[in-house]
Structures are given as C-alpha cells and as structure tokens.
Write a protein that binds this ligand. Sequence first.
Ligand SMILES: [Zn+2]
Length: 360
Amino acid sequence: MKFSLYLGKYKGIKVFIHWTFSILLLWIIIANTRSGMAMEDTGWTLLFILSIFFCVILHEFGHALTAQKYGIQTKDIILLPIGGLARLEKLPEDPKQELNVALAGPLVNVVIFIILSVFVYFNGVDMELIEEEPHLDGSTLLLYLASANIFLAVFNMLPAFPMDGGRVLRALLSIRMSRVKATQIAGSIGQFLAIAFVFIGLFYNPILVLIGIFIFLGAQAEVNHTTQTSMLKGYQVSDALMKRFPLLAYDASLKKAIEKLLDSQATHFVVVKDDQPVGTLSRDEIIKGLSESGEDTPVEKVANMDPMKLEIYMPLEEAFKKMSVENKKVALVFEENLFLGILDQENISEFIMVKHAVAK
Ligand SMILES: [Zn+2]
C-alpha cells in the first residue's frame, strides 16, 4: 500500500502502518502540550496509544491466522488511525468459517484483557487511589490497557457492518436464509446504529459522529459488494465480454490515440503488435502521458504492457474479484490462445444493473 511504513511480517503476513497515523500522534503531542501537560505525561499517553495499536495488530492477526486455517490468505494488515484492517483475499462463504474468523479478533482482546487483569491483580494496584485521582503512568498503564482491550472487544462486537459483530450476525442469519438477505439485514441494523451514533454524537461527542459516518458507509459498501457478487453467480466472462473496442499500434503516437479517443466512446484501447494484443491503454494513461512527455510519445511508453489475461469460461464472479483485488480496470480475454475481446469493470457494473432491473 502506498504511503505506508513496513513494520515486519509474521507467517507471511506483512504489517504496514499508514502515514496518517503520524497525524494522530502529532495531534496528541500538540493537544497535550497546549493543555499544559508535562512532557513525561505526554510520553505515557503516546506509549499507551502505541500499546493499544499493538493490541489492534494482534486482533487483526486473530482474523488473519484463523482465515489461514481455512486456506484463505491475507494480503497484509494495515494500521490506520481508526483501527486495523486485515486485507483477506476473500471472505469465507461458509457461515461457520465466517463466524470463527469474525470472532477470533475480539477473542484476542478478551484474552489480553484476562492476562493483563491477572497481572494487575497480583501486582496490587491501588484502585481507590486511581478512582480518586485518575492518572496515566507506569503504575496504571497496564490497568488502562486492560480496560481498553475490553472496550475494543465490546465495540467490535456491535452487531453492525463493518464491525466484526456484523459478520457474526450475518453468519448466524445465513444459517437460516440466503447470504444476500442476511447481509441486507445486518447492513440495515448497521445503518440504524450509525444514525443513532450520529444523533447522540451531535449532542454529546463529535467523535461519535465520525464513527457513525464510518459505520454507515462501511455497512453500505458491504451490502453493495455482496449483492453485486451474488448477482454474478452462474455467469461467465463470456456473458459480459466486449467484442468491440478500438485498437492502437504499439508504436503509434499519443496524438493518434487522442484522435481515436475523441472519435469513439471507448475508455480503453487494446495495444497491438504484429496482430497480437500486448497491452491496454486507458483514457487516464493517455492524459497522464500527455502531461508528462508530450503528444509524440509512442503508445507503448505509457500503456499498461503487462495486462491481466482472463479465460473466456472463467466464472464472472471470480474474474470480478480478481480485477478488484489487483485493481485492474480492464482485462484481455482469451480462449486458449485466441484473443476474443476485453472485460471492463464498468461493463461488469452495467451487466449487474441490467440483471438487477430484469430481476425486479
Ligand atoms: Zn476485527
């Protein structure tokens, strides 16, 4: 991922931290300094925040390692200021597996909570003193970290997408109904909860408003994604294949590409060499090439010369996933070695819309 710092890897899963994370740390330092807090206390606050995020990484590994047990790989784990994200290659569709993968994360926080609580208990923290005068330092850090973990577990178990609890709810519902229906119900509960958060947040805490918006959008995305992919079931690449598309020679100039672009409605060109397709060129790549190196630049300099190749009989759902994971807008389609046409993400979306309209 762009603009992320690589932290290390475990069992083949790389962990990254997003650059926006530094804003969070900086914000804490500035806010603490402005409120006249001592340097030492700011240090403890930073250590506390970093410890919480270390627990968040462990939480994500709970998901990732459980998924690995079911043969699902995780691309990476990325740490954002709002939490962690384990990017699984796909989600298990078997409800029982999805349930276990979803539960594993919060379970990690419960385990950390128990371990820390036992440790704090035997080291005799003076609870009365903390209640009288709450303060964060070496003597209370673990206690606060324990509470933070129980908060993380509870928050993540809210029965709403995109939280783990939303997945748990969907998995439980999917035992009795279709996955799409289950997703819609879990999504609606998520959005209802999100609106409640925003409403309460407006009166009490602006951070709740942000969390509410985040939940609302996450729930929406999950519902859309599941409905879309389920609509592709039973279709093949051949069903959404585009047979008409403009061609461009690999050594043609960008000027030529623009002429053709203005002439057609296409957003993608197929780049050919010796009658063989060797690449794809998008409208964005043309514009980028123009601004960087001018209109005499040959097409092959700016085109994607390592295009994704798909088989015509591949399930459409699989092709769609592959394209989204690798972030390719367009792919070349073949039958054996015969080039047949292209598959365009936009085209798949249109295909879904048509199917959706017919189904209504
Ligand atoms: Zn989680």
